[in-house]
Design a protein around this ligand. Structure first.
Ligand code: GLU
Length: 438
C-alpha cells in the first residue's frame, strides 16, 4: 500500500474547538498507526480570517495536546507552502486545467464547475460507500477572483498527495462535489473518513464554542493535564474495547484504526473529562505534580515563600491523590498556609447535630498533646482508642477535628492531614477554634 498522508486542514477562527482537536487527533493517530505522515494545512483563504493570532491559537492548542506534524507551518516540507493564503499561483495553474479541458465556464463574472450529472461514489471508511449526485453546476472562483473552499481544498489534497481525508461529518455533504473535482483533474479521489459529530453534554445538538468544555485553550488555562484531555478525546467516537478507557498514547496508537470509528454521534461528558484528569494527576510522578502545582500556586494568593520546602512538598504529596483538577488546588490547600481559618456557621451547626464537637475536640486535644508519635498509624490508633474509651464512633473525632483545623468537611486523608499540619499547628488551631466557637 502507498504511504499514508493525512492532513488536518483547519480554517483559523480565533479559537480551537474540541471538534477540530478531535479531527486533528484522529488524523495524527492514523498517521502514527500506519507510519504515515501528518500534515498541517491552514485553510485561511478568507482575508478577514487571515490573522496571525488566529493561527497562533491553533498551533498552541495542537502543541499543547502533543499533536506534532510532519509537514506544515513552522516545520516545512516538500509540498508547501502550507498556508492557503500563500498558494494562489498553484490554484491559478490548476484552475487553468479545468478551463482548458472544458470543466469550467464563466458566467456573470464567476467561474462555474460543470458537474457530470452522474452519481458519485464516496468511499468512506466509516460509512461504507455513499452515493450522491450533484445536480447543479457550482461556483469555483468568485467574481472577485477568490477561489472557493471546494476548489482549493481539492487542489491541495491533490498537490499534497493526500491519501485519506479524515474530517468532520459536516463535510460529508461536500464530498460529492469534491469527488467530481478529483475526477475532472483526472486524479483518483482519496479514501474518506467522515467522523461523527460531538454532541453537547445535555440536550441535543452539536457542541458549540459557547458550551462548557468546548475550547482547548480553556483546558490549557485551567491547567488540565494535556495527556488526560487527549486520552478523553480519543474516546469521542472510538473505543479500544475490552472496557479499557485510560491507556497510554502508545497503546492507543497501536490499537487505533480509522475503520473502527463509530458512525453514531459522540456525546461530550464534562464529568468524565474531569475524572480522567484526576486519574492522570494521580499517576504523575511526584516531581512533575510538584512543578505543575507550584506553577498554579504561584498565581494564587497563597504566600508559599513563608514556608519551608519540606512542608510544601508534604502538603502537595498529601493532596495529589484527591485532586480532580489543578485549578482547585489553591482552594484545596489554602488552610495549610494560613492561620486565619473562617468557619462556616451553617456547616458547624450541621456537624453539631451529628457529634458533640466541643467535647470530642477537648478529648482529642488532651490525648494528642500527650501522644508520642504523629505518624499516620499513631494518629489512627489514638482516634480508635479515644472512640473505644468514650463509646462513640471514631468518625466523631475525625469530622470534628478536620473541621476545626481546616474549616472544611472534605479534604485529604484525615490522618495525613494531622500529620502534615503537625502537632503544634493542630493544637493551636484546636485552641483557637474552642476559644471562638460556641
Ligand atoms: N477547512 C475545513 C474545515 O475547517 C477543512 C475541511 C476538510 O478537512 O476537508 O472544516
Amino acid at each position: 500500500m502507498e504511504d499514508v498522508r493525512v492532513r488536518f486542514a483547519p480554517s483559523p477562527t480565533g479559537f480551537f474547538h474540541i471538534g477540530g482537536a478531535r479531527t486533528a487527533l484522529f488524523n495524527w493517530l492514523y498517521a502514527k498507526h500506519t507510519g504515515g505522515k501528518f500534515i498541517l494545512r491552514i485553510e485561511n483563504t478568507d482575508d478577514e480570517r487571515d490573522r496571525q493570532e488566529f493561527l497562533d491559537v491553533l498551533i498552541r492548542g495542537l502543541q499543547w495536546l502533543g499533536l506534532d506534524w510532519d509537514e506544515g507551518p513552522g516545520v516545512g516540507g516538500d509540498y508547501g507552502p502550507y498556508l492557503q493564503s500563500q498558494r494562489s499561483d498553484i490554484y491559478d495553474a490548476y484552475t487553468e486545467i479545468l478551463k482548458r479541458e472544458g470543466h469550467a465556464y464563466e458566467k456573470d463574472g464567476a467561474l462555474y464547475f460543470r458537474v457530470s450529472q452522474k452519481p458519485q461514489t464516496i468511499h468512506d471508511l466509516i460509512r461504507g460507500d455513499v452515493v450522491r449526485k450533484e445536480e447543479k453546476d457550482f461556483v469555483i472562483v468568485r467574481a472577485n477572483g477568490k477561489p472557493v473552499f471546494h476548489l482549493v481544498n481539492v487542489i491541495d489534497d491533490i498537490a499534497m498527495g493526500i491519501t485519506h481525508v479524515i474530517r468532520g461529518e459536516d463535510h460529508l455533504s461536500n464530498a460529492s462535489k469534491h469527488v467530481e473535482l478529483f475526477n475532472a483533474f483526472g486524479v483518483a479521489p482519496p479514501l474518506f473518513a467522515h467522523i461523527p459529530l460531538i454532541l453537547k453534554s445535555h440536550g441535543s445538538g452539536k457542541m458549540s464554542k459557547r458550551d462548557t468544555g468546548a475550547l482547548i485553550e480553556n483546558y490549557a488555562a485551567d491547567h488540565f493535564i494535556p495527556a488526560a484531555v487527549r486520552n478523553y478525546l480519543c474516546l469521542l467516537g472510538w473505543s479500544p474495547k475490552e472496557d479499557r478507557e485510560i491507556l497510554p498514547i502508545g497503546e492507543i496508537i497501536r490499537l487505533f484504526n480509522i475503520r473502527d470509528v463509530n458512525k453514531n454521534n459522540a456525546r461530550f461528558d464534562e464529568k468524565k473529562m474531569a475524572f480522567f484528569n484526576g486519574e492522570y494527576l494521580k499517576a504523575l510522578p511526584f516531581a512533575e505534580f510538584f512543578d505543575r502545582s507550584m506553577a498554579v500556586l504561584a498565581d494564587s494568593a497563597i504566600a508559599l515563600e513563608k514556608f519551608d520546602g519540606a512542608y510544601v512538598s508534604s502538603v502537595l504529596e498529601l493532596c495529589q491523590e484527591k485532586l480532580r483538577s489543578l485549578v482547585e488546588l489553591p482552594n484545596f490547600v489554602d488552610y495549610f498556609f494560613s492561620e486565619s481559618i473562617s468557619y462556616d456557621r451553617e456547616a458547624l451547626a450541621k456537624l453539631q447535630l451529628k457529634c458533640a464537637v466541643r467535647q470530642r475536640l477537648g478529648e482529642f486535644r488532651d490525648a494528642f498533646a500527650a501522644a508520642s508519635g504523629v505518624d499516620d498509624a499513631s494518629i489512627e490508633n489514638l482516634v480508635r482508642d479515644l472512640a473505644n474509651a468514650n463509646c462513640v464512633n471514631g468518625g466523631e473525632y475525625i469530622h470534628s477535628v478536620r473541621f476545626a483545623v481546616s474549616g472544611r468537611n472534605v479534604g485529604p486523608s484525615f490522618f495525613g492531614l494531622v500529620r502534615v499540619l503537625g502537632r503544634e499547628r493542630v493544637l493551636a488551631r484546636l485552641g483557637n477554634f474552642l476559644a471562638q466557637c460556641p
